[in-house]
Ligand binder design. Structure first.
Ligand code: MN
Length: 716
């Protein structure tokens, strides 16, 4: 074999990749001139952007996007799709940005290119069948515009055509992926020609020996059939003519992969699949379909149990046809498909048929509408067979779900907007209740991080960890919401009672009394006069800040008029472990050992502020709501602090600051960047630290960085 023919061998049948001139003349045959001009422009732009890049086969890179566009031109796709195909790799592989494409070619084309780029970023990791199904759904869920999938499929077609240039291991991987993921998607969308080519090429690469055996046997069978096939088709044609039905009769080619798939599915021998004639009859109307069926059954005896009415009950992808098998000459089976011209178009190009350019259409909206219409029809046609189909179509194309991976590669389906906490609860309620941190794509991420399709999520749990009430504000799944609510309800009551007792003791201290030293039944009695069931409920209300402790203390005093000596108010001691009824103000972010005061907030318990916080000024207006507080001892937990970092605007400065903070064993909960001028910005960071000295260490570490101008701790 010469070198040149080896090279040509990369393209099946020695097919050469089409050039731009060939593509343009194909486009001119069905698109208006201004659309073709725009595509030519896109080509020049992409050609310049890919300059110097080469395919593995050694060809200039631009040959690839042109070939992809050519596949789509064969389906007569609209101008936007073709232009997007030409541009589909420029964002990923060159310096061009989506924004630049939007400015040059409009948002519609930029959105398709962006969709394709994003699809390329997720990788299929697991080979199980159920996983492949979920992965296909994940891909479909990611695209808002089905043309993204069209470009992706055409991209895969050309990559498969040129697969020979890849090393063998890679070749098998890509071929497997093609058979598991992309051919079924093409099938799901009814794009027959692409499905067929992906299957044939995938099969050939993955099982070259089986491919050759089937290829040889098919050739042999074709030789045998040469004798009979014209006779059968002629008989059918004449029968149609006599009945006055206008129809086209043609012999059907058998495809290697479908032969192979049928052998496996039905567990039959190769010759049982191959030694069958395939005939297709295309007529004008549904009526004619059934009449043709009758004619065929009159001509040759039908095989019992083989008739299928896919017109009345279409397949999931909308495929419609009548199928029957007849006993032909010599008992050779004849498989007959009967359908209308419309059904035939549907069977050949499926959803693509609705994206084809039709003269006189101004924009893509009409085509988008037709494509959606197709989906709706497919769903409606299925009504009889399964509601599930409707559901799957909805999931596929009206995405309200995100699909993410567990560390083991299993796929989890979550509602759109789901966070790491939703993921944790989806794994198991216990995992949710005990989660303390999460990794997204192997990097630590805040628990409230909203998950995107294709990410791998890992949840870190700790013994004795508890749900955080703040989670309730961002979880979206019903399961997480219910579990958190349930947990908080029980927790809050117990904690409120404890805090109420402490607040009451603190207030009673003024009178040299305590809850315990009160006469038996006194607490319940007073609670009763206030309309509460018992003393415990009163304590709960005090803990929740609904009843002020000092006032309640006075009510509890013995009635004999003997007022104890009044002493100075004792400060409330804060251990940091109080949980829900003690919270820390988001205006001044108090940290031990800051000087602090506590504010009694109705329904929320107490809120701790730094005593130099601007909001403490309210103290003078409502002195009964403010009580002195002190840190009990060094609490064994982290607190939130906020710092403002003023930086000069330099690429990557935010990432450097974040890395420096992480290096101090500090989590970042929230980041916000605001421009301060042309040259500087302010980064506001909410971080988790143990105490003030930990914070000081973080600040020192950032301060020494060259682009950092100033660092300050937030104080309202
Ligand atoms: Mn590509």
């Amino acid at each position: 074999m010469s070198y040149a023919s080896t090279l040509l061998g990369f393209l099946p049948g020695g097919r050469r990749a089409p050039g731009i001139a060939q593509l343009i003349s194909k486009l001119e045959s069905y698109l208006p001139p201004d659309h073709v001009d725009r595509i030519r422009e896109a080509y020049e732009y992409a050609d310049a952007a890919h300059k110097g890049q080469k395919r593995r086969s050694g060809e200039p890179y631009i040959t690839h996007p042109v070939a992809v566009a050519d596949v789509l031109a064969d389906l007569r796709m609209d101008g936007a799709t073709i232009a997007a195909a030409i541009l589909h790799d420029v964002v990923e592989d060159t310096v061009a940005s989506t924004q630049e494409i939007a400015e040059r070619y409009g948002q519609e084309i930029a959105d398709i290119v962006d969709g394709v780029t994003k699809l390329d970023q997720i990788q299929f990791k697991n080979r199980q069948e159920a996983q492949a199904e979920s992965f296909r759904k994940m891909l479909l869920a990611m695209v808002r515009d089905i043309r993204v999938i069209m470009v992706k499929l055409a991209d895969r077609v050309h990559n498969m055509r040129t697969l020979g240039a890849m090393p063998p291991a890679k070749r098998r991987l890509v071929a497997r992926e093609t058979l598991d993921i992309y051919a079924p998607i093409a099938n799901r969308l009814g794009i027959h020609s692409i499905k067929l080519e992906l299957e044939e090429l995938g099969f050939k690469s993955l099982y070259p020996k089986r491919y050759r055996v089937i290829e040889r046997e098919l050739k042999r069978a074709r030789g045998n059939q040469k004798e009979f096939l014209p006779k059968i088709t002629d008989n059918l044609r004449r029968a149609l003519e006599r009945a006055g039905i206008d129809g086209k009769v043609e012999a059907r080619e058998k495809h290697l992969f479908s032969v192979y798939a049928k052998m496996r599915r039905k567990k039959v021998a190769l010759n049982e699949v191959i030694d069958v004639f395939g005939v297709r009859v295309v007529v004008s109307g549904v009526d004619e379909c059934y009449r043709t069926l009758g004619l065929a059954h009159g001509l040759y005896r039908p095989m019992p149990g083989r008739f299928k009415d896919y017109i009345a009950i279409p397949r999931v992808n909308g495929y419609q046809s009548l199928h029957t098998t007849l006993f032909g000459p010599n008992g050779m089976p004849i498989e007959v498909q009967i359908r209308t011209a419309e059904m035939h178009e549907m069977a050949e190009s499926g959803i693509a048929a609705h994206w084809t350019y039709k003269t006189g259409e101004k924009d893509g909206i009409a085509r988008q509408e037709r494509a959606r219409e197709w989906l709706k029809n497919v769903a409606q046609l299925q009504e009889a067979s399964a509601e599930e189909v409707l559901e799957s179509v909805k999931v596929d194309l009206f995405p309200d779900k995100v699909y993410v991976f567990t560390p083991k590669g299993d796929i989890m389906r979550l509602p759109r907007g789901a966070t790491c906490v939703d993921f944790a609860y989806a794994v198991h309620t216990d995992v949710g209740n005990r989660c303390v941190a999460a990794k997204v794509d192997r990097r630590l991420a805040p628990l409230r991080t909203v998950l995107r399709n294709g990410q791998t999520v890992e949840v870190i749990t700790a013994k004795g960890a508890q749900p955080n009430p703040a989670w309730a504000s961002f979880v979206v799944s019903a399961k997480a919401r219910a579990a958190i609510r349930q947990y908080l309800k029980g927790l809050k009551r117990g904690e409120a009672v404890d805090l109420g007792a402490r607040l009451l003791n603190q207030a009673l201290e003024e009178f040299k009394l305590s809850v315990r030293s009160l006469p038996a039944g006194r607490l319940d009695q007073v609670a009763g006069t206030l309309g509460f069931q018992n003393g415990k409920e009163l304590l709960e209300k005090i803990g929740l800040g609904e009843r002020p402790a000092p006032l309640m203390a006075r009510r509890l005093l013995p009635r004999d008029g003997e007022m104890p000596e009044v002493g100075p108010q004792m400060p409330l001691s804060i251990a940091g472990t109080e949980g829900l009824v003690v919270s820390y103000a988001r205006c001044c972010f108090p940290l031990p050992p800051d000087a602090i005061v506590a504010y009694l907030s109705s329904g929320r318990g107490v809120v701790i502020h730094r005593d130099n916080c601007g909001n403490v000024a309210g103290f003078r207006k409502q002195p009964e709501k403010w009580i002195p507080a002190v840190w009990e001892k060094q609490p064994n937990r982290t607190f939130r602090a906020e710092i403002k970092v003023h930086v000069s605007n330099r690429m990557g400065v935010l990432a450097q600051v974040a890395a420096q903070i992480a290096a101090q064993e500090t989590n970042i909960d929230h980041v916000n960047v605001t421009a301060e001028g042309d040259h500087t910005s302010m980064i506001t960071l909410e971080i988790e630290v143990r105490d003030r000295s930990h914070l000081a260490r973080v600040v020192r570490a950032i301060k020494v960085m060259p682009d950092v101008l100033r660092v300050e701790r937030t104080l309202a």
